[in-house]
Design a protein around this ligand. Structure first.
Ligand code: UDP
Length: 327
C-alpha cells in the first residue's frame, strides 16, 4: 500500500509533475489548489482535488495522518513581485507561514518546500552552493526565504522536519505527454520561444544583451520538471534524520541565445526575436551546484540536455496549442 501525501499547488506546473510521479509510484495523493493558476485537467483522476486556498487547509490537514506535505502553492514571478512586493509577502510568506503552523499543529512530520534560486540575488560564486550568501534578488525570493526560516523554527519547536528545495529554472514537460507548462500570462523563456518559433506569438523579447556573460545574455540553469519531481521523492528518507536544504539544478548554464538556438534546432523554425531592455530583478548568471543533493541521495537528472528539455516542452505545446484549454 502506498503512502498518503498532501500537495498544495498540485494543479500547477511543477506540482502537477510531482503529483503524477507520486500517483505513478502507487501513492495516494490529495491536492489543495485554488485553481487560480493551476488547472483541473493537470490533476490525474487518481488524485483527490480539493479546490481551496491554503488558508482553508485545516480540515484537510485534520484528515491525516499525512506521510509528507509538499508545499508548491505560491505566486512565482520575479518581475511581478518587483512591481507588487506586498502581494507576494502576503500570498507567499504570510499565508505560507499560517499553513506551516497548521501542519505542525496537525502533527505533520515531513514538509517539503518549493524554494528558489532567487534567494541568492547576485551570487559571488558560480555554481551556487547551499552555503552561498542569502541576498534575495526580489520580493519573490524574499518571500521564500521567510518560509525557509519559518520551517527552521517548525523543526526546532515542533520537530516537523523540512526540506527546502531551491529550484533553478524548471523547464520541459512530462515525457509521456500528459502534462506541460501553461501559465497565463506566460512569462517564461522556453514556452515563449517555442510559441514564437511556431508562429503563435510575436517575436520573443530578449531581456538584455549587455550582461557580463560570453554572449551578453543571462545564463540560467534549466532543469527538467520531471527531474525536479524525482528529487522530491529522493529527499524524503533524509527527513527521518533531520531537516535539509538543497540547491536543485542541472549544474550547467545556458544563455538566452543558447535557448533560442536549441528551440530552433528542435522545432526546425527560426525564433523571431528582438533585443529589449533588462528585466528588473534578473541577475546575470544563476547556475546551481547540485553536488550536495547528489552526494546525499544519489539523485541524478535523467534529462539534463537542453535539447531534450526543449523537445519535451515543444511536443506538449504542439499537441496542446491552447494549453489545458482554459481555467
Ligand atoms: N527572458 C527573456 N525574454 C523573455 C522571458 C525571459 O529574455 O520573454 C530571459 C530572462 O531575462 C532570464 C531567462 O530568460 O534571463 C529566464 O527567464 P524566465 O522568466 O524563464 O525564468 P526566471 O529566471 O525568471 O525564473
Amino acid at each position: 500500500m502506498g503512502q498518503r501525501f498532501l500537495v498544495t499547488g498540485g494543479a500547477g506546473y511543477v506540482g502537477s509533475h510531482l503529483v503524477a510521479a507520486l500517483v505513478d509510484a502507487g501513492h495516494r495523493v490529495t491536492v489543495i489548489d485554488n485553481l487560480r493558476q493551476g488547472h483541473r485537467a493537470a490533476v490525474p483522476p487518481a488524485a483527490t482535488l480539493v479546490e481551496a486556498d491554503i488558508a482553508a487547509a485545516e480540515p484537510v490537514l485534520a484528515d491525516g495522518p499525512w506521510d509528507a506535505v509538499f508545499h508548491f502553492a505560491a505566486l512565482s514571478l520575479v518581475g511581478e513581485s518587483m512591481a507588487d512586493p506586498f502581494r507576494y509577502f502576503a500570498a507567499n510568506a504570510a499565508a505560507g507561514m499560517g499553513f506551516i503552523g497548521a501542519c505542525a499543529r496537525h502533527g505533520v512530520r515531513r514538509f517539503v518546500l518549493s524554494s528558489t534560486a532567487n534567494l541568492f540575488g547576485t551570487p559571488a560564486r558560480i555554481p551556487i552552493a547551499e552555503d552561498a550568501a542569502i541576498d534575495p534578488g526580489s520580493p519573490y525570493g524574499e518571500s521564500k526565504h521567510m518560509l525557509e526560516r519559518a520551517l527552521a523554527w517548525a523543526d526546532r519547536i515542533f520537530g516537523m522536519r523540512g526540506a527546502c528545495l531551491r529550484y533553478f529554472n524548471a523547464a520541459g514537460a512530462d515525457p509521456a505527454g500528459r502534462l506541460g507548462e501553461d501559465h497565463d500570462p506566460e512569462t517564461h523563456l522556453i514556452p515563449l520561444a517555442i510559441d514564437a518559433a511556431l508562429g503563435r506569438r510575436g517575436p520573443l523579447a530578449v531581456f538584455g544583451t549587455d550582461y557580463p556573460t560570453p554572449d551578453g545574455t543571462c545564463i540560467r540553469d534549466y532543469i527538467h520538471v520531471t527531474d525536479l519531481a524525482s528529487a522530491h521523492l529522493a529527499v524524503l528518507p533524509l527527513l527521518d534524520r533531520g531537516s535539509v536544504t538543497f540547491n536543485l539544478g542541472n549544474g550547467a548554464g545556458a544563455s538566452v541565445r543558447e535557448v533560442i538556438a536549441a528551440v530552433e534546432a528542435v522545432t526546425g523554425h527560426a525564433v523571431p526575436h528582438r533585443i529589449a531592455p533588462r528585466r528588473a530583478g534578473d541577475p546575470a548568471v544563476l547556475v546551481a551546484s547540485a553536488a550536495r543533493l547528489r552526494a546525499a541521495t544519489g539523485w541524478t537528472p535523467r534529462l539534463p540536455g537542453l535539447r531534450d528539455i526543449v523537445a519535451t516542452a515543444a511536443s506538449w505545446r504542439a499537441a496542446h496549442p491552447d494549453g489545458y484549454g482554459g481555467r
